[in-house]
Design a protein around this ligand. Structure first.
Ligand code: FAD
Ligand code: SF4
Ligand code: SF4
Length: 480
């Protein structure tokens, strides 16, 4: 499909969309990247060398047909670009904004070595935003209705991606969620400066317009039993994510002012969406004027430090026990945080907390990276005598998440889990150990990425469709 518009990487330099200056973006929670203009998107897309074996595509969890939609964009054939892009990705405008592209598609673009990668994510976002502007994105309405219903527990990206595909195939879809808003971590975890909320709400509306039903403020296991959900629906998908915050056991960890990351981010997101916080919540979750220390080095930690900056903290420091090169968070996010004034103390671990009733300092040690362990990562070892106290009156723990005990919560002991507590599935059928119950997203993989949740949700929908059609055909009865 190569045309003479392509292969412009030699004469055209890589350019991301304009990024707002750090001083301006610290003043609000709006996204920091502007949209590409038509001309910029065309020019950047034309840098692609249309590889015969496109490593960008192999390393995209959705195996998006990247070279084709880049070429169509370069030729100005935007509606076709949208059709190709949306054929494999339910939420391309969301992935284009928040995928860690430096570790996925762009990090594996052949141009990365020598010429810098094609700006794949930004072009993907541009294609879908153009489609929305032109009214090409329609509710996922079915061609014909089917009688069977599917109950989905969890309105995060995995559940929503599954709902979109199942509804297109005609199923009656009902989503249950314990939150009051649709979107899971897209709404209550990820801050607006990475993903503005209207982008998620626009997708919710399309699903509602297509007839997907939402039952919100409904905690399965408390408000409705899991067995009632099973009785009501022909198939059930569990896409509940992972929410048990990993804790840090250290002296003084019960002092006031030490808070879990997701509680902090949820409060900030709620405030941004116009909710009122109680005065106790305001006191706990406001970083204004405080010396904030965030412990951790992943995406969640990066979101916390940058939220604290926007709340006008007196200082914001990120403590991470490995170095910059071994940080799990996206390189781009670390760079954005540094530009905004966050200080990183690498190779540093917290040993305990000082204070009377409220935290006043974090006791820290410096770290040396030792020999690699079984996972290949070098083991952090504290350096003797390196201890010091870092003043802090707010400490945010961002150490990752584990799954809740779903079999107990759902009173369903037959639901098998892995040794990490995630729900065990047969990867071919995506079914759990309970007949007709499927699972997808973080609750299966452990804390992962939005793009993987979308992939799993789509795959689960395909398998549920096949299973229900097989059942409807009576093949089960014939076989027995
Ligand atoms: P979730 O998004 O967690 O959704 C699960 C839903 O299930 C929730 O709405 C929850 O309320 C509901 N639920 C749970 N239990 C019940 C129950 N018993 N009854 C009813 N409802 C229930 N990924 C990226 O790709 N890029 C990023 O930049 C990024 N940043 C992140 C920042 C933060 C702070 C966090 C925490 C995660 C981030 N991630 C990021 C990871 C990403 O958000 C997740 O991998 C993704 O949201 C998982 O999707 P999911 O649908 O499996 O679960
Ligand atoms: Fe890259 Fe994510 Fe888009 Fe795939 S979905 S092409 S990994 S930005
Ligand atoms: Fe184009 Fe880079 Fe993908 Fe090759 S690897 S097809 S140059 S985006």
């Amino acid at each position: 499909m190569t045309t003479d518009r392509m292969l412009q990487f030699v004469q055209t330099e890589k350019a991301m969309p304009e990024k707002r200056g750090a001083d301006a973006r610290k003043e609000d929670f709006d996204e920091i990247y502007d949209a590409f203009s038509e001309a910029a998107a065309t020019m950047q897309a034309s840098r692609c060398s249309q590889c015969g074996v496109p490593f960008c595509q192999t390393n995209c969890p959705l195996h998006n047909n990247i070279p084709d939609w880049l070429m169509l964009t370069a030729e100005g054939r935007m509606q076709e670009a949208w059709e190709v892009s949306s054929a494999t990705n339910t939420f391309p405008e969301i992935c284009g904004r928040i995928c860690p592209q430096d570790r996925l598609c762009e990090g594996n673009c052949v141009l990365e070595k020598g010429f810098e990668s094609v700006t794949i994510g930004a072009v993907e976002k541009h294609i879908t935003e153009t489609a929305f502007e032109n009214g090409w994105v329609k509710p996922p309405l079915p061609r014909e209705e089917r009688a069977e219903s599917v109950g989905i527990i969890g309105a995060g990206p995995a559940g929503l991606a599954a709902a979109d595909l199942l509804r297109r195939r005609g199923y009656q879809v009902e989503i249950y969620d314990r939150y009051d808003r649709v979107g899971g971590l897209l709404i209550y975890g990820i801050p607006g400066f990475k993903l503005e909320k209207h982008v998620v709400e626009r997708r919710e509306k399309l699903l509602r317009d297509a007839g997907v039903r939402f039952t919100m403020n409904c905690d399965i296991g408390t408000d409705i039993t899991f067995s009632a959900i099973r009785e009501k629906h022909d198939a059930v998908l569990i896409s509940t994510g992972v929410y048990k915050a990993r804790d840090l056991k250290a002296e003084g960890d019960d002092l006031g002012g030490i808070i879990p990351a997701l509680d902090y981010l949820t409060a900030s997101n709620r405030l941004g969406m116009g909710d009122k916080l109680t005065s106790a919540e305001q006191k706990t979750y406001s970083a204004t004027g405080r010396n904030v220390v965030v412990i951790g080095g992943g995406d969640t930690a990066m979101d916390c430090v940058r939220t604290a900056i926007r709340q006008d903290a007196a200082s914001v420091t990120c403590l991470y026990r490995r170095d910059r090169a071994n940080m799990p968070g996206s390189v781009r996010e670390v760079m954005n945080a540094e530009e905004e004034g966050v200080v990183f103390e690498w190779l540093t671990q917290p040993d305990g907390f000082d204070g009377d009733s409220e935290v006043a300092a974090v006791r820290c040690s410096k770290i040396h990276l030792g020999q690699p362990d079984a996972t290949g990562r070098r083991v952090p070892e504290p350096i003797e005598g390196s201890g010091y106290a870092k003043p802090a009156d707010m400490v945010i723990k961002a150490l990752g998440f584990d799954p809740e005990d779903i079999p107990s919560m759902f009173a369903e002991p037959r639901l098998k889990v892995s040794r990490w507590g995630t729900i065990a599935i047969d990867w071919k059928s995506m079914m759990t150990s309970v007949d007709g119950v499927f699972a997808a997203g973080d609750i299966v993989r452990g804390a992962s990425l939005v793009v993987w949740a979308v992939r799993d949700g789509r795959d689960a929908a395909e398998r549920i469709d096949a299973w229900l059609k097989h059942k409807a055909s009576g093949a089960d009865k014939i076989a027995s």
